[in-house]
Design a binder for this molecule. Structure first.
Ligand code: ZN
Length: 313
């Protein structure tokens, strides 16, 4: 079958690879649509954790047909092990031994048994497959908003207007928060409004969510937050990266600094239902459509309006 594989940073090829074989509990899914997003942009530019000299499978978000029964299904990109101390403490996003799905950008993908067990669901009838494939990203955002501990009426500044920033706007709004979207290209501002952002002064924010993944945005987040407020880091960070914060403000203004990563199975289920509700124009996050062969060129020079691309192998 054909599969996209990353051979080196910037070197993404469509390779002919053996068909995946399901062992105990694994499920083979025939990919209908897979998505590229920020994670793929970063991996394309910088290489992947999995790059150890051999080509790495590429892509994590997909909807496809379950080879066992012909049902249309969506799989999460990860699943918690269910046994470690974090899982047993209901902090599944912090699982020490998470199981990962790899290689969604291919004709077929192997969904590991643990993901098939807890994070593989039928796509609700009538839901566009490309929209259903957003469930993993949306689940991360639902988890993040839970971590922010916001109250109804909280003013929440969301920094960053990529797919995650926009999904966060929707999650905050539906959690009863009032969203001020900050930064990003002006072309994204109307999109942020469609996902719930409203005009507000971000300097009054009770909660600031950093979803741009830049050091400047992290500095801005700490500047913006109100006394008693919370700064939540969601955007990508680098291992060992220091963060400059005013210790006097953190103590004297009783600020909370926290982070969020990943999701638990309940967030993934909730995300799928949220997508099926049609409450927000989710389809506007999928801005491009390309073939497997077209992915490398798209990621090498993403158009100004690129958020996510739907790839139909
Ligand atoms: Zn675990």
């Amino acid at each position: 079958m054909r599969a996209l594989r990353l051979h080196a940073p910037g070197d993404l090829r469509v390779d002919e690879v053996p068909l995946p074989e399901a062992r105990d509990g694994d499920v083979v899914v025939e990919v209908e649509v897979a998505l590229t997003g920020d994670a793929e942009l970063r991996a394309f530019a910088a290489g992947s954790d999995a790059l150890d000299g051999s080509p790495a499978p590429f892509g994590r978000e997909l909807v496809g047909i379950d080879a066992r029964d012909g049902r249309r299904v969506v799989a999460a990109a990860t699943a918690p092990c269910g046994h470690c101390a974090a899982c047993l403490a209901d902090r599944e996003a912090l699982c020490r031994r998470p199981v990962r799905l790899e290689g969604a950008l291919a004709e077929r993908v192997l969904v590991p048994a643990r993901i098939a067990e807890v994070n593989l669901h039928p796509v609700p009838r009538g839901l566009d497959p490309a929209v259903a494939a957003l469930a993993d990203s949306l689940a991360c955002c639902l988890h993040a908003v839970e971590r922010a501990g916001l109250r109804p009426g909280s003013l929440v500044a969301v920094l960053g207007s990529g797919p995650i920033g926009l999904l966060l706007c929707a999650c905050v709004t539906d959690a009863g928060g009032y969203v001020a979207a900050v930064g990003g290209r002006t072309s994204r501002h109307s999109l942020a409004a469609a996902f719930g952002a409203r005009p507000a002064d971000p300097r009054d924010a009770d909660v600031v969510i950093e979803a741009a993944g830049t050091q400047q945005a992290r500095r801005d987040a700490l500047e913006l937050v109100q006394p008693g407020g919370t700064v939540l880091l969601v955007g990508t960070t680098e291992p060992g990266e220091p963060i400059a914060a005013d210790a006097e403000r953190i103590r004297g203004e009783e600020l909370t600094l926290c982070g969020a990563t990943g999701h638990a199975p309940r967030h993934f289920r909730a995300a799928l239902a949220f997508l099926a509700s049609g409450a927000y124009p989710w389809e506007r996050l999928v801005t491009h459509e390309v073939s497997l062969e077209g992915v490398a060129a798209l990621l090498a020079d993403p158009p100004e309006d690129y958020l996510k691309a739907a790839v139909r192998p």
